[in-house]
Design a protein around this ligand. Structure first.
Ligand SMILES: [Fe+2]
Ligand SMILES: [Fe+2]
Length: 162
């Protein structure tokens, strides 16, 4: 069954948000690499790859429901961040924003009686719980390390194992 216009528009906007997320993590990874945090740079690269997959999942779903992808504008992202903790804080805030966006589409799908989209979005609802938990864990790690360079690099090495 073809998607209705409201849901199609919301899903198209979510595609852009997922690729924006990828772009943001890609930038964060590059900056952390430059700052000497190789482990966190690796962790952020994995995150980048996951975000591309999220975008692809939604594209495939829109295609399956006979919709057209908009491929809208992806905004620029910051290239420099203050420190690993600032990156972790920004990534958590971003994930919370994405979670809210998914919730909004989920509710719209429910209101429209689009049960297929509701079920499709369940995966994203669960994924966002995980994403927020991971971002919170990284933030806590860099918070605990504080100004101690040695501890920061120990935590960085741990993130490199992802
Ligand atoms: Fe995502
Ligand atoms: Fe994410």
């Amino acid at each position: 069954m073809k998607l209705n216009d409201t849901i199609l528009k919301a899903l198209n906007e979510q595609v852009v948000k997922e690729f924006y997320s990828a772009y943001l993590y890609r930038s964060m990874s590059s900056d952390m690499k430059a700052a000497g945090y190789k482990g966190y740079a690796h962790w952020l690269m994995k995150q980048y790859e996951e975000e591309v997959e999220h975008g692809e999942k939604i594209i495939a779903y829109i295609e399956d429901r006979d919709g057209t992808i908009d491929f809208g504008q992806i905004d620029a992202v910051a290239s420099r961040f203050d420190c690993p903790l600032a990156v972790a804080e920004a990534s958590l805030a971003h994930e919370q924003y994405v979670s809210e966006s998914i919730r909004t589409i989920f509710k719209a799908a429910r209101a429209e009686g689009d049960i297929e989209t509701e079920l499709f979005l369940q995966w994203f609802v669960n994924e966002q719980v995980e994403e927020e938990a991971n971002a919170t864990e990284v933030k806590a790690g860099f918070e605990a390390a504080g100004d101690c360079k040695g501890l920061r690099h120990m935590f960085d090495a741990q993130l490199g194992k992802r």
